[in-house]
Ligand binder design. Structure first.
Ligand code: ARG
Length: 479
């Protein structure tokens, strides 16, 4: 409470505000609620406290705070953290946001020293610092969930390296592939997603604190020291840039959008594969839900929902890009709107990754259905063409010959491997008894035995490399 003489209630109210000094009437109640962010930015409390502690230590180091003042601040902030975690601290909309709620509580507790904490900083650099600290931690959580999902994929890929399913192009049966190879395609996509996040983390991990409102501060602050205390790679180089840009958040949500796009595509496959029409896999009951009207239903709700949630994250990306696009330097209140889309993206991503990481190792393959499907679409037609090329026929001619054989198969309802040698020879005399080796699903898959190919041997090799990659990530403590 201000020590100024109070004449009216209005003045009382405004003097309660940490910025109330120049105001002569109280904020409109609706405006107060409309401009407050405490309902959502309270989520940053831990990082706000950590950053304030580092700031106080730095202020002491440069001689601005006495040792006992710093100590009072540190222990006061610790107590506030406990109060928040115990749910006993009452948030105040009048105090607008997390920064002023914590600062006011500190002053309540420790008096004058609490009022000194804001020396040499502003909420503008404070909030930018809090979000960066928070996002850095979330990137680490997300990264370890990606690794957990990748480990699940490797487990399935190893187990199912010899399982054959049809590979598709245009959702038409194309060529037989290994189920393990298919799982490893998702592993590779997630590997790039992981790398993108690690790269983004470098630009998140830069400290804005010390930029103050926009121009820096006239106190002899030691930003390198604060950055070191907070584990930042370095302090930012330009005060205007530091308080105003949210490109690091946009970059994160872009990487998150790509990751969700991958999960959405993967979800779509799971939805298709669990349908009666494909019947390629079974998801355990605990990952599915039923219908309130149709007793027979078992629905793949988890992948469907993740496919749907992808839209939210794309929406968050649009929100942030649009939020930023017309802002003049430096800080503008618009930036308060950065938090909800960012929080939403992190929550959606963590939930989706968790669901996938829990579910994937428990996929059960239905090998017979996959084989039957692979047999139905003339999936070894390319193998027959390649066989003829090896016998000396130009590829284009071979393509034509096999096309004729397929037309015959469509008419008679026979797969290429089900035709007799005589029937096949009607299309080319070059075809011999040895053709049947290449017309089997196993032969076709095993033949693609080169870097990146679908043979079981290549799949196993890549799985081993991938395990080493994940071990290195964990050993380097990248997470
Ligand atoms: N709640 C604000 C935000 O999220 C904190 C910074 C406010 N700064 C200001 N000058 N009003 O951006």
């Amino acid at each position: 409470m201000s020590e100024n003489k109070k004449s009216t209630d209005t003045e009382d109210t405004e003097k309660d505000k940490l910025w109330g000094g120049r105001f002569t009437e109280s904020t409109d109640a609706f405006v107060e609620a409309f401009t407050a962010s405490i309902n959502f930015d309270k989520r940053l409390y831990e990082h706000d406290i950590v950053a304030s502690k580092a700031h106080a230590q730095m202020l002491h180091k440069v001689g601005i705070l006495a040792k006992d003042e710093m100590q009072d601040i540190l222990s006061g902030l610790d107590e506030i953290q406990q109060e928040i975690e115990a749910g006993t601290l009452e948030w105040s909309v009048q105090l607008e946001d997390i920064h002023m709620n914590i600062e006011a509580r500190l002053t309540d507790k420790i008096g004058i020293a609490g009022k000194k904490l804001h020396t040499g900083r502003s909420r503008n650099d404070q909030v930018a610092t809090d979000i960066r600290l928070w996002l850095r931690q979330q990137i680490d959580y997300i990264s370890s969930e990606i690794v957990r999902l990748q480990q699940g994929l490797l487990q399935v890929a190893k187990r199912e390296a010899d399982t054959i399913l049809p590979g598709f192009t245009h959702l038409q049966v194309a060529q037989p592939i290994s189920f393990g190879h298919h799982m490893m395609a998702w592993y590779e996509m997630l590997k790039r997603d992981f790398e993108r996040l690690q790269d983004c983390r470098k630009r998140v991990n830069i400290m804005p604190l010390g930029a103050a409102a926009l121009a820096g501060t006239s106190y002899p602050i030691d930003r390198d020291y604060t950055a070191e205390l907070l584990g930042f790679e370095c302090a930012s180089a330009n005060s205007l840039d530091s308080v105003s840009d949210r490109d690091f958040a946009i970059e994160f949500v872009s990487a998150a959008s790509l990751l969700m796009m991958h999960l959405s595509r993967f979800s779509e496959e799971l939805v298709l594969w669990t349908s009666a029409q494909f019947n390629f896999i079974n998801l355990p009951d605990r990952f599915c839900t039923g219908s309130s009207i149709m007793p027979q239903k078992k629905n793949p709700d988890v992948p469907e929902l993740i496919r749907g949630k992808t839209g939210r994250v794309y929406g968050d990306l649009m929100s942030l890009l649009t939020l930023m696009k017309s802002q003049p330097l430096a800080y503008n209140k618009d930036n308060q709107e950065d938090k909800e889309p960012l929080f939403d993206t992190v929550d959606t991503l963590l939930g989706s990754l968790r669901a996938f990481a829990d579910m994937i190792p428990h996929i059960e393959t239905r090998k017979d259905s996959m084989r039957t499907a692979a047999m139905q679409g003339f999936s070894t037609a390319t193998d027959l063409a390649d066989y003829l090329v090896r016998k000396g026929m130009p590829f284009r001619d071979a393509h034509e010959v096999v096309g004729n054989a397929v037309a015959f198969g469509v008419k008679t309802g026979k797969d290429l491997s089900e035709m007799s040698l005589q029937e096949l020879q009607a299309f080319s005399k070059m075809i011999g008894q040895d053709v049947f080796e290449v017309l089997t699903l196993e032969g076709s898959v095993a033949a693609r035995d080169h870097l990146g190919g679908t043979s079981a041997a290549q799949v196993r090799k890549r799985v081993e490399e991938a395990y080493i990659n994940l071990q290195n990530i964990q050993a380097n403590d990248t997470l």
